[in-house]
Design a protein around this ligand. Structure first.
Ligand code: HEC
Length: 130
């Protein structure tokens, strides 16, 4: 009996907390741009795919892409390349990864999203990768 009451309340509190923290963070699109260009693009350029300009997709495309979190045709995830663990693994050879080594994953992801929204085909300032 006790549990059936405590659990929904706990779930609700967790939800409220999550939406609060998501709102409390004011995304920094400039930081997102630095990270996108230095980390995401530098690998794309070295891969057969080549650079991927933010302006090749619409805001809705990017939002759906990030939400699905399937990268490289589903072989891995976008969040993996935003994670602290990934930054730590490349920071000796990548200045942006070193500079943002301690940025919380969630914040960096919001920053990248803000940059992609701004730089999208239908965004405020359609952007290239470099
Ligand atoms: C370690 C290398 C590497 C890093 C880092 C990387 N990517 Fe990629 N990415 C790839 C490769 C390789 C492909 C192409 C996969 C294919 O076509 O089979 C790709 C494809 C993509 C695509 C095209 C659609 C898709 O998923 O196939 C997008 C969009 C993309 N990456 C976004 C990002 C973003 C955003 C970041 C940074 C947060 C990032 N990538 C970091 C290697 C990387």
């Amino acid at each position: 009996m006790k549990f059936s009451k405590v659990l929904p309340v706990a779930a609700l509190l967790a939800l409220v907390g999550a939406s609060f923290s998501a709102q409390a963070y004011d995304a920094d699109w400039k930081r997102g741009r630095v990270y996108y260009r230095s980390v995401c693009t530098s690998c794309h350029v070295a891969s057969p795919i080549g650079s991927i300009n933010p302006s090749t997709k619409t805001k809705a495309d990017w939002a759906a892409y990030l939400k699905a979190d399937k990268h490289a045709k589903g072989k891995d995830t976008v969040s993996r390349y935003v994670s602290k663990a990934y930054r730590a693994s490349i920071k000796s050879g990548n200045k942006a990864a070193e500079k943002y080594a301690d940025t919380p994953d969630q914040e960096l992801m919001e920053d990248i999203k803000a940059f992609l929204m701004k730089g999208a085909k239908d965004g405020d300032a359609p952007a290239s990768c470099s």
